[in-house]
Design a protein around this ligand. Structure first.
Ligand SMILES: Cc1cc2nc3c(=O)[nH]c(=O)nc-3n(C[C@H](O)[C@H](O)[C@H](O)COP(=O)(O)OP(=O)(O)OC[C@H]3O[C@@H](n4cnc5c(N)ncnc54)[C@H](O)[C@@H]3O)c2cc1C
Length: 419
């Protein structure tokens, strides 16, 4: 058997098939395995979502989640937690059920997978770019690479999507699958950060806020609103809050742009209190040191780099002592803190996307075995499948469950050769 692509799904599928008795060769074009995996979760790898109920877990993937019930019944998120733990990787579960290695390092996840490959004696060939798949009479017969040809009785395709192409995921699998007769939805970046028009945003790059409300407005009113963790970048906004809203914002932007309007964004840095309460809290705070400068008082409440922008937007001089600040001026500060104004420019391209939506049509895959319904000796796993999912460990859970199912589809006696 040949497995193409040494990311999380390829490694898991290869080792599992080998454990079931297949002789497996894993082909990876990079010099090493799991390049993207090492970048996941900001280097900490949110390796699964610890939601224990498979129905509820599947619901996070929207309508298409029902396809995952079968793979989850063989490898649930609890199985993922146990799999890594039983192989010496402690883990911790953070808010929203996000599971991370106890060491906070994606290296720990990769180490477990590498050891699994070694233990099951998978032949790993790196620096080995697959250039084409040769099929005859509706079956894969050969995998052609820059290092020569590999005959394969069965092929598991795990070449990933198109996000962060620098990691090796350049969408080759989509092209091959389309050539083989599969319907492939052209991948669009999903969970991408967004750029704003205001160039001064770069002065705020790196500021992170655990709980912010983001609202999107058009001329006819509010179009979207959600709260969560936000990260300001040199081009705009990122973090789970923005990533999850990106698709909604993009379609709202497209509609407004067609009629010559802009999509206005508003950040509420104090979402747990209303404007009146925030004003009272500020007044209380300012009274405790009325001789302080406005900028000094605000720096006690906000990141200092944000203070100068808030003052500019409120039209205030930060050098004004608090005792001279008028009620109207204080209220302008409140307005800016509750509705920090930005303008949507565009979603960033695939090179910054966290996952790509799109991929092979799910009804063309048998989710019990992950075998193609079009090419019987081909299995398809991981990011190649057309699922949409939020952040929170849901992408890697697809990889583990589909790869485990693909590898488990072979009887222990069945020795599917590669040469
Ligand atoms: C910045 C970032 C952070 C992320 N964080 C998380 C997270 O915390 N939690 C989570 O669940 N998901 C996260 N994801 C998503 C997750 O990384 C992917 O869902 C996952 O890596 C998909 O695994 P895969 O094995 O299907 O594909 P990939 O990881 O893309 O691996 C595919 C492999 O195939 C190889 N390949 C491609 N073409 C060829 C070829 N022609 N010949 C040979 N080899 C080839 C590639 O080099 C690559 O190694 C993140 C993604 C990004 C970009």
């Amino acid at each position: 058997m040949v497995v193409t692509g040494g990311g999380p799904s390829g490694m898991m599928a290869a080792a599992r098939a080998a454990e079931r008795g297949c002789r497996v060769t894993l082909l990876e074009k990079n010099p090493s395995l799991g390049k993207k995996l090492l970048l996941t979760g900001g280097g900490r790898c949110n390796f699964t979502n610890a939601e224990p109920d498979n129905q509820r877990l599947a619901a996070f993937y929207g309508k298409k989640g029902r396809y995952l019930l079968s793979p989850f019944s063989r490898f649930s998120s609890q199985d993922a937690l146990n799999f890594f733990k039983s192989r010496g990787m402690g883990y911790k579960v953070e808010d929203r059920n996000r599971a991370f290695p106890a060491s906070d390092s994606s290296e720990a996840v990769l180490r477990v997978l590498r050891e699994y490959l070694e233990e099951t004696r998978v032949r790993v060939v790196t620096h080995c770019e697959v250039t084409s798949l040769k099929a005859s009479l509706g079956q894969i017969v050969r995998v052609e690479t820059r290092k020569g040809c590999f005959e394969a009785e069965h092929l598991i395709l795990a070449t990933g999507g198109t996000s962060l192409p620098a990691t090796g995921s350049t969408g080759d699998g989509y092209r091959w699958l389309a050539e083989l007769g599969h319907r492939v939805r052209i991948p669009e970046p999903s969970l991408v950060p967004l750029a704003v028009r205001e160039s001064w945003i770069k002065d705020l790059a790196g500021l992170a806020f655990p709980q912010v409300r983001l609202q999107a407005w058009g001329p006819s009113g509010q179009l979207a609103s959600d709260s969560g963790k936000l990260l300001l970048t040199h081009f705009g906004l990122s973090g789970p809050l923005v990533l999850n809203l990106a698709t909604t914002l993009q379609s709202a932007h497209r509609e407004l742009a067609a009629s010559g309007n802009s999509l206005e964004l508003r950040l509420d840095f104090f979402p747990s209190v209303d404007a009146g309460q925030l004003d009272r809290d500020l007044l209380e705070n300012f009274r405790q040191g009325p001789n302080r400068l406005t900028k000094t008082a605000l720096a006690g409440l906000l990141p200092p780099r944000l203070v100068s922008r808030v003052l500019i937007l409120a039209g205030l001089d930060g050098e004004t002592p608090l005792y001279r600040l008028t009620k109207a001026e204080r209220r302008r500060v409140v307005e800016v803190l509750k509705a920090f104004p930005l303008t949507f420019e565009k979603l960033m391209d695939a090179s910054r996307a966290v996952v790509t939506s799109g991929g092979v049509s799910l009804d063309e895959v048998d989710f019990k075995t992950m075998k193609s319904r079009i090419i019987p000796n081909l299995s398809i796993v991981g990011d190649l499948l057309d699922f949409e999912r939020p952040t929170g460990g849901f992408s890697l859970q697809i990889c583990w469950a589909t790869a485990w199912s693909a590898g488990s589809a072979f009887e222990p006696s069945q020795n599917v050769e590669s040469s």
